[in-house]
Write a protein that binds this ligand. Structure first.
Ligand SMILES: [Fe+2]
Ligand SMILES: [Fe+2]
Length: 490
């Protein structure tokens, strides 16, 4: 009997899942795939053709060319897979940027490796990739860019190769964490200094001399000029990062913090035209930030995403309860649950339009539809039912998709808990607050909204504790302090 119940429950669950829109993975168009493939072929050709530049050509040369060609092609493929794994929502433009940089580096090695230090060729692109695509993609890129050298005639000192790997790895790891342009500048000064000192120790002290005064060129093997060149190229790279951000839609930490500025026109409009939504947004930012910190997620991403999640309400602020002063509710006036549900869905659709107009990066725009997922608009669904109209439940669900990342899932949970926690009695105990939070989270789980979020059971527990901590803070803030007549200033 128990088996039958379990099977029915499973079937019911599967049926319910089939009713919601399928998750939409990032689509790469055929033309983009062709461009990416052609660049990979070009990388392989550049990396291997010099092997065939010998006469007489022997079978071992052809075999060696074939292995290098295949190695470069497979490495490019692995690099694309790693970048997709680290960042599932990566766009085709960003993949093109990663492999185009690899192509540029391979070409630079051919043209410049005999005159310019490999550090100046490999490290600056690693900085761009770590800033835009994260440390793991940058590390994968560095390992490929450091290992495949297209010109067999170029002989790199083993110590220099070791320094290159260390410096490029440091830049990749730190570049993914750096949160301001000032820290980037510090990195562009300290990495060249570090490379200079390590080369001085490992490669040789005798190779130190100032820039060649006669021609003002950077002499090969001169570790001072090599390090100076590295600093200059890194500084130029930092100057160009904002251009890369806008062309390739990169989301660097510095860009996230700029977008989180509450003086941004869209956020200013939200605070002036929809003050209730703005207050709701600020509270959600607090809840979501605390929960993300607990599970070790991307705090800057969720803070910025939370700030923009309800900007779509700007299209009709007074249709949302938090902006109503209690006198007039337009939903009561039209008395049409279908129209009301359309207005609610419009806050997602209009939000996406605002995101496009304001050139918000895709990971931020994703918070707009995913925070609502395919949730049911329960109030209007019940109203329609009361009217005895033949209704389809899906007409009263948001269009989705359901949250595709931990961060958007946390925002959905924070959005659900915010109103309930705000409405709770000031005398409510921690246990009651935790029960309310758990109920809301469980209802979202049961509804299948969190199926694609990748959140584990332990993380759900941590999110509940984080929300409870924020609730305690809110309660503390609401307690009235007795102010003595003699001490009104402190
Ligand atoms: Fe919303
Ligand atoms: Fe919201």
């Amino acid at each position: 009997m128990q088996n039958i119940t379990t099977t029915i429950k499973k079937l019911f669950y599967l049926w319910r899942r089939s009713q919601v829109p399928l998750k939409q993975p990032t689509r790469i168009s055929k033309i983009d795939k062709l461009i990416i493939f052609l660049i990979c072929i070009l990388i392989s050709i550049i990396s291997s053709y010099k092997i065939l530049h010998v006469s007489p050509l022997s079978i071992s040369n052809i075999l060696s060319w074939f292995f290098t060609f295949t190695e470069a092609l497979i490495s490019s493929g692995i690099l694309i897979l790693v970048s997709k794994k680290e960042n599932p929502s990566i766009s085709s433009r960003q993949i093109i940027l990663i492999i185009a940089l690899l192509l540029a580096v391979q070409a630079s090695k051919l043209a410049l490796a005999s005159t310019v230090s490999p550090l100046s060729i490999v490290i600056p692109p690693a900085l761009i990739i770590s800033q835009g695509m994260g440390s793991i993609t940058a590390l994968a890129w560095v390992s490929i860019a450091s290992l495949i050298w297209p010109d067999p005639a170029i002989d790199i000192n083993n110590n220099l190769f070791f320094i290159l790997l260390i410096c490029a790895s440091v830049v990749s790891l730190l570049g993914g964490r750096i949160r301001s342009r000032a820290q980037l500048l510090q990195l562009s000064i300290f990495v060249p200094i570090g490379s200079f000192l390590s080369q001085w120790i490992l490669v040789g002290k005798d190779k130190v001399s100032l820039i060649n005064q006669a021609e003002f060129t950077f002499a090969k093997g001169d570790i001072f000029s090599d390090s100076l060149l590295l600093a200059i190229v890194m500084l130029f790279t930092i100057l160009f990062i904002p251009i890369f951000e806008s062309i390739f839609g990169l989301l660097t930490k510095a860009r996230l913090l700029e977008l989180a500025d509450k003086e941004k026109p869209l956020i200013r409009r939200l605070s002036l035209e929809a003050p209730g939504t703005f207050e709701h947004t600020l509270l959600i930012c607090g809840l979501a930030e605390e929960a993300t910190r607990m599970i070790g997620g991307d705090i800057d991403l969720i803070k910025t995403g939370a700030l923009y999640h309800d900007v779509g309400k700007l299209h009709a602020p007074n249709w949302f309860i938090e902006n109503q002063d209690g006198t007039k509710n337009p939903h009561d006036e039209i008395d049409d649950p279908f129209k009301s549900s359309e207005v609610l869905q419009a806050h997602v659709d209009e939000g996406l339009k605002y995101a496009r107009k304001n050139r918000l990066p895709k990971p931020i725009a994703n918070f707009i539809p995913e925070h609502q997922g395919t949730l049911k608009m329960g109030y209007f669904y019940q109203k329609a039912k009361e009217k005895n109209i033949k209704i389809n439940e899906n007409d009263f669900r948001y269009n989705g998709p359901i949250p595709q990342s931990k961060e958007t899932a946390i925002l959905m949970l924070a959005d659900g808990c915010e109103a309930a926690l705000r409405a709770m009695n000031i005398d409510a105990s921690d246990k009651e607050a935790l029960e309310t939070i758990s109920q809301i989270i469980y209802s979202r789980q049961k509804d299948g909204q969190l199926d694609d979020s990748n959140l584990s059971k332990g993380e759900f527990f941590l999110i509940k504790i984080a929300f409870l901590n924020v609730w305690k803070r809110i309660r503390h803030r609401r307690i009235q302090y007795p102010i003595s007549k003699n001490n009104t200033f402190s």
